[in-house]
Design a protein around this ligand. Structure first.
Ligand code: FAD
Length: 467
């Protein structure tokens, strides 16, 4: 185990790099060994936790705070490989502006990203579709597809740069328990499996969907597992093109999306029932490709009444010079997948009823988990980072304590006001499109056609998704 950078407590520089062996000495005695007091401890060095550490480290108002970032996994050496990773995220404009403000985006650009300039989402059970294009809606790219590894590396370059002086990082940090301050005045204790312990005034849980910090807070967590898996893979497309369109088709079994990577490759996110995902994962790669092309192209059973209504509405919209669903583009065909790139992830919903407790705050998936169909999970987490840093810096500026309830409550209500409606809307979409009952297909198809036709509604949706 290595502790990167120097560790200070009680204003004494203790050591620059400590090895696992020295830590073991204390665990062998089975005693809790106090290793230091920090102002802020962030548990979880995923994309959200690292970005928060970086944002706090770069903010002059926090320069007197000693911050410790605890990450359970190793400090992996990153190397950009020619093959794309199968784990990618769609990042919105708000995330880009956060990353720009932290000088992280330049590193992503130097490695690789693909802009999404057009997005087409359509229903397999009707002709209804919605499309978003950068020119039409935002005058900027709709989103950016970035590999998780690339983004984390870009964050780490800045986090470990000389512009961040007050953040210590402890890798392979296995937290076994927390003693949380009841009032926020006594400080929190973080206990490690090697017998070490740390204390802090403010503890931030960025430790993902199974957050142990959230469990220690004892807050109510509303959660359910979808009986669905998200299958991911890297796809070779049949034809070369600019490939800046993201495609998503809602099948009765769940949505399938192709996210552009470069002129010939896209990344797959395919939601399927668990039973089907097992079958799809066990198919030989050529047959999996056939299943993919079927999912994007196959004609599903249609209801003639639904078709008649949507085509009538389409003609009315056309008469008023409004876009109708017939103006669709054809999605790409898949030629092959990158060998071994198929994987599947369980999908679930999670909402922590409280994001804060005295001296403790949650961010990212620790606070909220959302279905990936709208590509919002990580973007919501970065929104948490932005707001937390903003409210905490306002509090420090006005002379308040870093655990003062007023900023923490502002953070919680601001984030829940944004996150909860997004989570519920995404959950509702997933449920709505899982139903093949003709009256419901009709309602959702008309809704989609009208939303597609009226720019102000589309703009509203896009601006919510972009923040
Ligand atoms: C198939 C799929 C596709 C997705 N696509 C998108 C997308 O397009 N756009 C988008 O915005 N989001 C997307 N998401 C969601 C996104 O991946 C998550 O929201 C995001 O990874 C959450 O980041 P996080 O840092 O909060 O949590 P995590 O990534 O879970 O990180 C938590 C970190 O905490 C560490 N940790 C946990 N416990 C401890 C402990 N006790 N001690 C120390 N460290 C600990 C872990 O090692 C980990 O590094 C997708 C998700 C899936 C499954």
């Amino acid at each position: 185990m290595l502790i990167a950078k120097s560790i200070r407590y009680n204003n004494i520089l203790v050591t620059r790099v400590r090895s696992l062996a020295s830590c073991r000495k204390y665990s062998d005695t089975n005693e809790q060994r106090f290793r230091g007091k920090y102002d802020v401890i962030i548990t979880g060095g995923g994309m959200v936790g690292c970005t928060l550490a970086c944002a706090m480290g770069k903010n002059g108002l926090f320069s007197n705070l000693k911050i410790l970032l605890l990450e359970g996994s190793t400090d992996k050496k990153f190397q950009l490989k020619p093959e794309y990773s199968n784990r990618v995220v769609a990042l919105n404009q708000s995330t880009k502006s956060l990353m720009n403000s932290l000088e992280i985006w330049q590193h992503v650009e130097k490695m690789r990203l693909q802009p999404v300039r057009h997005m087409q989402v359509w229903d397999a059970c009707s002709d209804a579709l919605i499309s978003f294009s950068s020119r039409e809606i935002l005058d900027d790219d709709v989103a950016y597809i970035v590999e998780n590894d690339v983004l984390l590396e870009a964050v780490n370059i800045e986090l470990k740069s000389s512009s961040v002086k007050n953040v210590d990082i402890l890798y392979e940090a296995k937290v076994t328990g927390y003693e949380l301050s009841k009032s926020g005045c006594q400080g929190n204790i973080v206990k490690m499996n090697n017998g070490d312990s740390y204390s802090c005034d403010l503890l931030i849980g960025a430790d993902g969907a199974n957050s142990a910090v959230r469990q220690a807070m004892g807050v109510q967590y509303v959660s359910w597992n979808y009986d669905q898996m998200g299958i991911v893979a890297t796809l070779h497309l049949a034809e070369e093109s600019a490939n800046t369109t993201a495609w998503q088709r809602f099948l009765p079994t769940g949505p399938i999306a192709f996210l552009p990577l470069d002129s010939t490759k896209s990344s797959l996110v395919w939601t399927t029932p668990k039973s089907l995902s097992k079958e799809l994962l066990s198919l030989p790669e050529e047959r999996f490709v056939d299943a993919l092309n079927d999912a994007m192209w196959k004609q599903y059973p249609r209801n003639s009444a639904v078709d008649a209504c949507t085509s009538w509405l389409g003609s009315v919209l056309k008469r008023f010079d409004l876009p109708d669903s017939t103006e669709r583009q054809l999605p790409p065909s898949v030629q092959s997948i990158v060998p071994g790139s198929r994987a599947a992830f369980p999908l679930g919903f999670g909402h922590s009823t409280r994001y804060v407790a005295p001296g403790v705050a949650l961010i990212g998936d620790a606070a909220h988990r959302v279905h990936p169909l709208a590509g919002q999970g990580l973007n919501l987490g970065f929104g948490d980072v932005k707001d937390l840093v903003q409210f905490l810096s306002d509090a420090i500026y006005t002379g308040l304590d870093i655990t003062h309830p007023s900023w923490m409550e502002k953070y919680e209500s601001s984030r829940q006001r944004h996150n909860v409606p997004t989570q519920l809307a995404v959950d509702a979409l997933n449920r709505l499109y899982g139903i093949e009952l003709p009256p419901l297909v009709l309602v959702r198809s008309i809704g989609l056609q009208l939303t597609n036709a009226f720019h102000p509604i589309k703009k509203l949706i896009m601006s919510h998704a972009a923040t």
